[in-house]
Design a binder for this molecule. Structure first.
Ligand SMILES: Cc1cc2nc3c(=O)[nH]c(=O)nc-3n(C[C@H](O)[C@H](O)[C@H](O)COP(=O)(O)OP(=O)(O)OC[C@H]3O[C@@H](n4cnc5c(N)ncnc54)[C@H](O)[C@@H]3O)c2cc1C
Length: 470
């Protein structure tokens, strides 16, 4: 059932889930299908977390925030843990284009095409390319290798900055990783994409989240939105429920889909954990944030069919630092054609995304913030002129989101788009060993982020909860 805003909840649950990101929702659905009583509490007025969208009546536009592309594995996950209708709407995008001072090329982002490009375009010896892919596929999460991304590329492609860019840049956009991050995180995400290319959801994020909401309700999940949880109640090292605006709701277990650091440090409280666990939690590094520019095309206007995802950069060289620069030399363009939302009567939209640092946006005066937003919009339009020259004239809506927007809507500390760095994963996985019945699922450790990573982590943690409840 769907609780109304003013409803008081008196029922006790097997599991309360805080947050309805893809991890929270998928865990809720799995537990409910197992026959568990589940309450899903969401701070926002809609489900989905980062998997979200917004509408603008002026111009009748709909914009997707994080529907740019995910690996084929999402289809399997949705079929297994959601339903066939949702899985059937997952379709391959029409390819990817890279446009930067080092190269301009198109790819379908599959292993076959990447091997072809590396050998025939970048002229890397075939033996070396196959050894690289072999290593990628055999890298095991449990090997605990200390190799970094930087070392990995230096090992296979020494001195090849163009090859490094070709291989790493798309993954930097997909999970915010950098050259110092463990190579295993790159290998898992890159190999997931290489299994079949890049996929999207036919119907848009609104369709998918609404279909998931229906499925949750059908399976007996109770949902309440407008419900920001400030406190997880712990007694004698055991979770007993949560506090919602002063009201206690009791449960045998709690799964937090909120940021791992705020879950431990703010919602539970430092005093409930051992000194070492708190120290390790404080050391978790957050991932970086994002900026986006949303561009709606006037009704009746069209755009030529191009690749759906364009990685554009003016930067001569690629570096993970440069990609975060407020100068926005690098950004991606996602092109949304009418076939994504046929009911909208031939509408086109473009979303530019760039990685960004929260620190570059905090503490600005109102005027400085507005000026910086305008700069972001101007950078997007200037770059767009180079990839789709006729597009600018056809835009009748444009707006931008910044790391502050991300923080406001998802409550992620510093607007972190992809959760935490690698060390966050261990803390997340060990939460229930410190507080009985308390679990976490959501973007952590680079690997468990993105639509697929988050949904799969929800499934993994639902098994842990099931073990605990049993
Ligand atoms: C700009 C951008 C583009 C992206 N593009 C892609 C992409 O193309 N492909 C891809 O795979 N991934 C993409 N991602 C990443 C992906 O969207 C996320 O990694 C994934 O959706 C995160 O899911 P999650 O389960 O971790 O939860 P989140 O989406 O982080 O959701 C957490 C939820 O918890 C709620 N919450 C938090 N605190 C509380 C509280 N105290 N009480 C109640 N509720 C609370 C929040 O409101 C939110 O709804 C993108 C992310 C960003 C920011």
């Amino acid at each position: 059932m769907l609780y109304k805003k003013a409803d008081i909840i008196t029922k006790n649950y097997d599991c309360i889930i805080i947050g309805s990101g893809l991890a929270g929702m998928t865990a809720a659905n799995k537990l409910a299908k197992n026959g568990r009583s589940v309450l899903l509490l969401e701070a926002h007025n809609k489900l989905g977390g980062f998997a979200t969208w917004f509408k603008r009546a002026k111009g009748n536009h709909v914009f997707d925030i994080s529907l740019h592309g995910f690996p084929y594995g999402m289809k399997k996950t949705c079929r297994k843990y959601w339903n066939k209708e949702i899985a059937d709407r997952i379709v391959q995008i029409h390819g990817v284009r890279f446009s930067n001072p080092m190269y301009d090329l198109e790819t379908d982002f599959t292993k076959e095409d990447y091997i072809d490009k590396l050998v025939n375009y970048f002229k890397v010896p075939e033996k070396c390319v196959h050894a690289f892919f072999n290593d990628m596929e055999n890298m095991n999460f449990y090997d605990n290798s200390k190799m970094t991304n930087g070392e990995l590329f230096e090992k296979y492609f020494p001195g090849r900055k163009d090859v490094l860019r070709f291989l790493l840049e798309p993954i930097v956009y997909a999970n915010g990783s950098n050259l110092e991050d463990p190579a295993i995180t790159y290998a898992i995400v890159f190999s997931n994409f290489m299994k079949g290319g890049v996929y999207t959801y036919q119907g848009g994020t609104d369709h998918m989240i609404n279909a998931m909401k229906e499925e949750l309700i059908k399976n007996g999940v109770d949902i309440k939105m407008h419900s920001k949880i400030d406190k997880i109640i712990v007694e004698n090292k055991k979770v007993i429920g949560v506090e919602l605006k002063g009201q206690k709701i009791f449960s045998r277990s709690v799964l937090s889909n909120a940021n791992i650091k705020s879950t431990i440090l703010n919602m539970v409280g430092e005093e409930k954990f051992s000194h070492d666990f708190i120290e390790a939690t404080k050391k978790i590094k957050l991932n970086t944030s994002s900026c986006q520019v949303y561009m709606g095309i006037k009704e009746g206007e069209t755009l030529p069919r191009m690749k759906d995802l364009i990685f554009y950069s003016d930067d001569d060289e690629f570096s993970t630092e440069l990609i975060l620069s407020p100068k926005v030399g690098s950004q991606t363009f996602s092109l949304y054609y009418p076939d994504l939302r046929p009911e909208l009567n031939n509408r086109f939209a473009i979303v530019s995304s760039s990685n960004a640092r929260y620190e570059d946006w905090e503490n600005l005066s109102e005027q400085e913030y507005e000026d910086k937003k305008q700069f972001l919009i101007d950078r997007a339009l200037t770059a767009l002129d180079k990839v789709i020259p006729e597009a600018r004239e056809k835009i009748d809506f444009i707006d931008a989101a910044t790391p502050l927007t991300v923080q406001k809507y998802t409550h992620h500390l510093k607007g972190a788009s992809f959760g935490t760095k690698f060390e966050g994963l261990e803390i997340s996985q060990n939460l229930h060993k410190n507080i009985e019945g308390l679990f976490h699922a959501g973007s952590v450790g680079i690997i468990m982020s993105g639509w697929l990573g988050a949904a799969n982590y929800g499934v993994i943690q639902s098994h842990e909860i099931e073990n605990y409840l049993t």
